[in-house]
Design a protein around this ligand. Structure first.
Ligand code: AP5
Length: 223
């Protein structure tokens, strides 16, 4: 029997835990993890033309223009032909991106099977982003209180000194939240209208959140 691919979109405000949960989901369901924020930061670190253009928007907490993100995404998705599916983390963020994703998946004979929304209060978001530490080398994510590294300030995976992301400054976080509310939150209605949206609480321990998320994805798989 051929198993149909599974494509999952993870939605949520900045700091809701999309990256933390999407990595686990990819492992559990054998999916390819597509995180546009991570891909853009890689381009910025490489100093590519695309990275230089994207950095100007990212530093201000604005969305990178749809065409630039699309350039990066198309190649990645086509390299995944025949895979078990993808978990999209931080994509789509606009109506145009949602349409592009539908088109790309349709070319592969696939569709968004489940869109999971991680609901987290603003107070919790501020606390999560205020304590986040990231590895600039491998992208691993920690939190000074809730997920501290074994050795203070050093990445558990590769030993590199951890940093605070430039866009985790309080004023930029406020801007990212505003952009999220105006451009990305409306996508909840889009996916609800198709009957694929699952809302779950993103609060509690990462393990508790993952339990809810995995259940929602299993439940939505048969859609
Ligand atoms: P991106 O990197 O995607 O940022 P974001 O959406 O703002 O999300 P974050 O990475 O900040 O948070 P997250 O939800 O992944 O939370 P995390 O798991 O790290 O994008 C950055 C920028 O790139 C954008 O502003 C934009 O400029 C650009 N960009 C990206 N994609 C784009 C697109 N498609 N179009 C246009 N522009 C785009 O968790 C946060 C912290 O909380 C961590 O410290 C973690 O350890 C902790 N934590 C996680 N879960 C829990 C829990 N259950 N309990 C306690 N702590 C927890």
């Amino acid at each position: 029997m051929v198993t149909r691919a599974l494509d999952v979109v993870v939605l949520g405000a900045p700091g809701a835990g999309k990256g933390t949960q999407a990595k686990r989901l990819a492992k559990e369901f054998n999916l390819f993890h597509v995180a546009t924020g991570d891909l853009l930061r890689e381009e910025v670190a490489k100093g590519s033309e695309l990275g230089q253009q994207a950095a100007r928007f990212m530093q201000r907490g604005e969305l990178v223009p749809d065409e630039l993100v699309a350039q990066m995404l198309v190649g990645r998705l086509h390299s995944q032909r025949g895979m078990a599916g993808c978990v999209f983390d931080g994509y789509p963020r606009t109506q145009a991106q949602a349409e592009l994703l539908d088109g790309l998946l349709a070319e592969l004979g696939r569709r968004v099977d489940v869109a999971v929304y991680l609901e987290v209060s603003d107070d919790e978001i501020v606390s999560r982003l205020g304590g986040r530490r990231t590895c600039p080398r491998c992208g691993a994510v920690f939190h000074v209180r809730t997920q501290p590294p074994a050795q203070e300030g050093l990445c558990d995976v590769c030993g590199t000194a951890l940093v605070v992301r430039d866009d985790d400054r309080e004023d930029i976080v406020r801007q990212r939240l505003a952009v999220y509310r105006s451009h990305t939150e409306p996508l909840l209605q889009l996916y609800a209208g198709r009957g694929v949206l699952r809302r779950i609480s993103g609060e509690g321990s990462p393990e508790q959140v993952f339990g809810r998320l995995a259940e929602a994805v299993r439940g939505g798989r048969g859609h």
